[in-house]
Design a protein around this ligand. Structure first.
Ligand code: HC0
Ligand code: SF4
Length: 573
């Protein structure tokens, strides 16, 4: 242990601890901008400087470690003056139209500047702007970039994609797409992790609210029947901004909020998640039966960020993907076909919106293959959880007065197995619950496959299904996906079935979820999904009565011709 003093208070910390972490252990606040634990500890912003007794020069606390006897001052006048100057320099290159910024009120630069009692104005501004393709769902605004390098590091170290790099030199140093590429050709998976880890709004998701909510938007003009679906992971994050309790922020209240916004029909994507399990589970059992005809393992296909990654990084393994569409797209196809028939409406007259925790879903819905009726996209607009929350705020409603409501039926409700789709391991667990049933005719204990739960980036299990040993793995985060694929290719591991989610922790940690500076929320949100699963009266996808009815009335059976037409896709197309 190392004995030090912070603001005259003695404390012992482990050797090798950074000054910043020691301050945090001692509950002494040191502001940071560029710091991301274990990912970006480079002292680039110089906001975390502290004073050390006996040393003239201030030191950055995030990348210097404690030494025996060190006496640290975290908030001396000298420290505060230096931080103010550093922030002034950053602001001189930062677009300061704060009131209209998407991150206003949730911007780390704004917070640090406010906390420093800035007062005296900034230096003369030198802002550069670049052109950015607005038809791409990830938006970069150079005029807001503070060169903290977090995006570079997240994309490289966590997602193994190196989309960003430093560009230019000297005072013109900035961040841009690496190797001088256009973002559209940079193999970006659209996971959105660089967005949720950007301390300002230099990176953001494309705002798609206008066609839905504006004066001329579909909800106001009512030119079409409006339908909305909401993803599993949204239910555990939407209420964070309003500080609602888990009990109050029920899925039924989320349905109530969507109804209040004016949607004609409100669906839960969990319905289609159960449908996905029926299709993907049956496909897996089919592949197992004809082992030699397939390339192994079978990969889950519900995460569009992961699909983008596989297609660009390992195109020779695309056939390993299940052909099942994602729940979002299955729900979209069912709405514009089966449900349209039910309400006697032409698919062209249905406007289908989804609320998702994911940036890549905004690109997925626009794929030419996701038009099952030939009349336009099955899902017209994808809004992220953040956009939903922003719109809720703009309504100025008393959230405590939100009514609970039911999702519409049919095609509206899902089981506990579908709810856990939103967290890493959830799709695999749901699939195993139903594969076991489909192969044996008996339900397993719903918690039998709990070994695939948890936040580890790479989990594995071996399961006996009707006398066959099935080896499964679950990875989240694209860096982990790369490690797993490389190990498979080297022959070090073998799996039959692998779930991959692009975002660490799965959709709960998605790039479209609410942003909380310095906090990774995936684990907390995930616990809520398991709570909802354990309290659901149905915990097996194959017991979803609405799904069973859909097969009976429309699809016939899993992997039928109709199922293939609506619910499966060709990933090569
Ligand atoms: Fe997910 Fe999904 S679970 S990808 O994370 O499979 O976005 O929540 O909606 O489609 O259901 C995201 C979340 C979904 C889909 C589902 C899957
Ligand atoms: Fe990298 Fe994901 Fe950001 Fe794309 S969205 S640049 S893959 S971190």
């Amino acid at each position: 242990m190392v004995n030090i003093k912070i603001n005259d208070v003695p404390i012992s910390v482990e050797e090798g601890t950074t000054i910043l972490e020691a301050c945090r252990e001692a509950k002494m606040i040191v502001p940071t901008l560029c710091y991301l634990k274990d990912i970006n500890e480079i002292g680039a912003c110089r906001v975390c400087v502290v004073e050390i007794k006996g040393i003239e020069r201030l030191v950055t606390s995030c990348n210097n470690t404690v030494k025996e006897g060190m006496e640290i001052y975290t908030n001396s006048p000298k420290v505060r003056d230096a931080r103010r100057i550093n922030i002034k320099l950053i602001l001189s290159q930062h677009n300061c139209f704060c009131p209209t910024c998407v991150r206003s009120g949730n911007c780390q630069l704004q917070k640090v500047a406010n906390d420093l009692e800035f007062g005296s104005g900034t230096f003369k501004q030198h802002i550069t702007e670049e052109k950015w393709p607005m038809d791409f769902p990830l938006i970069r605004d150079e005029s807001k970039c503070i060169k903290c390098m977090r995006c570079i590091q997240i994309c490289d170290k966590v997602q193994s994609l190196k989309v960003w790099d430093i560009a230019k030199t000297g005072s013109r140093t900035t961040v841009n797409v690496s190797l001088g590429r256009n973002i559209k050709e940079a193999d970006c998976a659209l996971c959105g992790q660089c967005i949720t880890h950007c301390p300002v709004a230099a990176l953001s998701g494309r705002d798609d609210k206008r066609p839905v909510f504006s004066q001329n938007g579909m909800l106001n003009t009512r030119r079409k029947t409006t339908v909305v679906q909401v993803a599993p992971a949204v239910r555990t994050a939407w209420a964070e901004a309003f500080r609602l309790s888990r009990k109050f922020a029920s899925p039924e209240r989320l349905a109530g909020a969507l109804r209040l916004m004016g949607f004609d029909y409100v669906f839960d994507t969990t319905y289609a998640a159960d449908l996905t399990i029926m299709e993907e589970g049956s496909e897996f059992l089919e592949r197992l039966k004809h082992k030699e005809d397939y390339q192994w393992p079978m990969f889950t296909s519900c995460c569009p960020g992961w699909i983008r990654f596989l297609k660009s990084q390992y195109p020779d393994m695309v056939d390993c993907l299940s052909t099942a569409k994602s729940p979002q797209q299955m729900q979209g196809a069912i709405i514009k076909n089966y449900f349209a028939d039910k309400i006697h409406e032409d698919p062209e007259n249905i406007f289908s919106v989804s609320i998702m925790p994911c940036i890549a879903k905004k690109a997925e819905c626009a794929l030419p293959t996701m038009d099952s009726t030939g009349t336009g996209p099955d899902v017209d607009v994808v809004l992220n959880t953040r956009e939903f929350v922003d719109y809720m705020k703009s309504l100025n409603i008393d959230v405590y007065g939100l009514p609970e409501d039911r999702f519409d039926s049919p095609c509206g409700e899902g089981t506990g197995a579908a709810v856990i789709f939103g967290t890493t391991g959830g799709v695999m667990e749901a699939a195993l619950r139903s594969c076991y049933y489909l192969a044996t005719g008996e339900n397993p204990d719903p918690d039998a496959f709990h070994s695939v739960r948890g936040m580890d980036g790479w989990k594995e299990a071996s399961i006996d299904i009707a006398g066959t040993e099935v080896k499964v793995a679950v990875v989240s985060g694209l860096g982990n996906a790369r490690k797993l694929i490389e190990a498979i290719r080297r022959g070090e591991v073998f799996y039959h079935f692998v779930e991959v989610m692009a975002c660490p922790g799965g959709c709960v940690g998605g790039g479209g979820q609410p942003i909380h500076e310095g906090k990774e929320m995936a684990e907390i949100r995930s616990k809520n999904l398991y709570f909802l699963d354990s309290h659901n009266e149905r915990r097996f996808s194959h017991e979803n009565p609405e799904v069973l009815k859909t097969y009976e009335e429309y699809l016939e059976k899993p992997l039928s011709r109709m199922s293939h037409k609506l619910l499966h896709t060709d990933h090569h197309a």
